[in-house]
Design a protein around this ligand. Structure first.
Ligand code: NAD
Ligand code: ZN
Length: 355
């Protein structure tokens, strides 16, 4: 299945299917002669040969960085540029990002600045990357903060071979699926219900995976097409992320995955939505789903005042008051500016509920 995404500067297709890596040549929009594949060690070990075979008789090089968020740094960025120069990539060359969101962001940022920008194609290999590969944001981290150095640079194509998802560790499945759940919650009752009925402790069928990934991609695509540069409705994609980012950072990166932290953030946002908008929210359903699927749910270990401080540091908190995305209803997100005292009271209440 193919989802087409239009931006102000280009249009690209997100192709979702089985066994696409082996036939990647058929999906290249141009006949590139010089290609650099950027990947991490774990992913390249599993899928490197396959993608090379799929690319056939072209000049192909690869640059591999260690797996993990720590690789999204300026040293690797510089090394990758050097490799691209050594490989004599010119303005007509192609960079392929083979991996999860870390690789997509890093390789995309390389592509966006190499000779003022060359084509790049995302080949996502995680569930989370259904989110990160769409929308055109690419970045690396600065020691002072995540994604502090980056740009908007849409890919030339996204080729999503869901066969690669079969080797994902369970916690990466949980992490990525939280973003599908987010797309469900901010888009429609039916998509949300479908997510709630998904059991991550069992192997998901190809059909379920494809169907839900495509739905998630469409939700994201719809929003970014209407708001490319995060002025307004793009903020809706931040649902669950204000507290989520704070928890992720406080837990220490690596101790909790992004999606696990975001899931807790979404649960809290449901409680808050109910309080603010006086509308019944499926707090218990999401809570039970999270427990069934082995998401960590406890927040007792965190100091609430530190979480609030973190939330203020989040780059999305534009001034002193914290802005959060809440739901007026399932599928009806809105941005709400919250008072610190209300936030603290609600966080305490939340901690009492979930432990
Ligand atoms: P990741 O790319 O680090 O992948 C997670 C882990 O899974 C890694 O250890 C990786 O080696 C392994 N892995 C990847 N594919 C695998 C496979 N098929 N089989 C086995 N193991 C595999 O992380 P992620 O969760 O995919 O993405 C997180 C990153 O995405 C963060 O850097 C975040 O900032 C970024 N992100 C970007 C956007 C955006 O809009 N650009 C949006 C959300 C997140
Ligand atoms: Zn996220």
């Amino acid at each position: 299945e193919t989802v087409s995404i239009r931006t102000s500067t280009n249009q690209y297709d997100v192709v979702v299917g089985n066994g696409l890596i082996e036939q990647i040549s058929n999906f290249l929009p141009k006949d590139y002669s010089n290609i650099l594949v950027i990947s991490d060690e774990t992913v390249y070990e599993q899928y490197g040969e396959r993608i090379k075979n799929g690319l056939g008789n072209r000049k192909i090089a690869h640059s591999i960085v260690p797996a993990g968020e720590a690789s999204k740094n300026i040293n690797n960025y510089y090394k990758l540029l050097t490799n691209a120069l050594n490989q004599e990539l010119d303005r007509k060359a192609l960079i392929i990002a083979l991996g999860g969101g870390m690789i997509g962001d890093l390789a995309g940022f390389v592509a966006s600045t190499y000779m003022r920008g060359i084509d790049f194609i995302q080949v996502p290999t995680t569930i989370l990357a259904h989110d990160s590969s769409v929308g055109g944001k690419v970045a690396i981290n600065h020691e002072k903060g995540k994604n502090m150095i980056g740009s908007f640079y849409p890919p030339t194509a996204v080729i999503y071979d869901i066969n690669t998802l079969r080797t994902l560790p369970q916690r990466e499945i949980r992490s990525g699926y939280a973003e599908i759940m987010k797309h469900g919650l901010i888009s429609s009752h039916s998509f949300f219900e479908e997510c709630l009925n998904t059991d991550l402790t069992n192997t998901l069928s190809d059909q379920t995976l494809k169907d839900q990934l495509v739905k998630g991609i469409k939700v994201k695509a719809d929003i970014v097409q209407r708001d490319e540069k995060e002025s307004n409705i793009r903020k809706f994609l931040n649902f669950g992320h204000t507290l989520g980012h704070a928890i992720e950072a406080e837990a220490g990166y690596g101790n909790m995955t992004h999606g696990e932290a975001v899931a807790i953030g979404m649960l809290f946002a449901l409680q808050l939505s109910e309080t603010i908008y006086h509308k019944p929210m499926p707090f218990d359903s999401l809570y039970e789903w999270m427990k069934r699927n082995k998401y960590p749910v406890h927040v007792k270990g965190f100091e609430m005042s530190r979480l609030i401080k973190r939330m203020k540091m989040d780059k999305k908190a534009e001034n002193a008051n914290i802005q959060m995305v809440l739901l007026q209803d399932i599928g009806k997100p809105s941005v709400y500016t919250i008072d610190d005292n209300v936030l603290l009271t609600q966080l305490k209440k939340f901690a009492e509920k979930v432990g």
